[in-house]
Design a protein around this ligand. Structure first.
Ligand code: APR
Length: 188
């Protein structure tokens, strides 16, 4: 199936980018974090590495207040040394085969991140492919949930967002998202 790289939903452009999310110039980027918000590998490691200690300091303050961040929830910090002004940290579900509400928890991670960006009146936002790395979510299924959730939000909620990007780290992931975006667009 041929892919699609960009669609418009309402007044918001939804596009795919192949690259490193820490290098995106959108106002905010989303981090695929873990409940203790103390950094990790993958996207989490890259964002803390590129953003510097200020981000971890703010995460530490948040955790001292709330203890841990539950799966599907999101919190916002500054972007530290990143081009992005903000980092929205969200927790995707660990994949356990699909019968423990993983799809709804993944959808919630995207939805809560979009709500947070809208609350801050942001115009642009970049997502990674949440849960499809260390958390083991099958890529095509993760892409389907991600795109359908973001499209549903953009159709249903008045938002400040004018551009939303999925920043995909490698060509294989990009191709999967591009095929899923074509599928989602054909059903709109
Ligand atoms: N930019 C964009 N995408 C990236 C980058 C990057 N710099 N680094 C990795 N990715 C991609 C991975 O290839 C994968 O497709 O992000 C996707 C999510 O992978 P992970 O970062 O492993 O995130 P996740 O599967 O949600 O697991 C989160 O891993 O790093 C720990 O602390 C983190 O416990 C948490 C868990």
């Amino acid at each position: 199936m041929s892919g699609v790289d960009e669609i418009v939903v309402g007044k918001t452009k939804l596009g795919l980018v192949q690259g490193d999310i820490t290098r995106q110039a959108t106002e905010a980027i989303v981090n695929a974090a873990n409940p203790n918000l103390m950094g990790g590998g993958g996207v989490d490691g890259a964002i803390h590495q590129a953003g510097g200690p200020a981000i971890l300091e703010e995460c530490r303050k948040i955790v001292s207040r709330i203890g841990r961040l539950d799966t599907g929830k999101a919190v916002i910090t500054s972007g530290g040394k990143l081009q992005a002004k903000y980092v929205i940290h969200t927790i995707g579900p660990v994949w356990h085969g699909g019968s423990r509400g993983e799809a709804e928890l993944l959808a919630s991670a995207y939805r809560e991140s979009l709500k947070s960006a809208t609350d801050y009146k942001l115009k642009s936002l970049s997502f990674p492919s949440i849960s499809s790395g260390a958390y083991g979510y099958p890529m095509a299924e993760a892409a389907r949930v991600a795109l359908s959730t973001v499209i549903a939000f953009l159709r249903g909620v008045s938002t400040s967002l004018e551009e939303v990007f999925f920043v995909l780290y490698d060509s294989k992931t990009y191709q999967v998202y591009s095929a899923e975006l074509a599928e989602s667009a054909s059903q709109m």
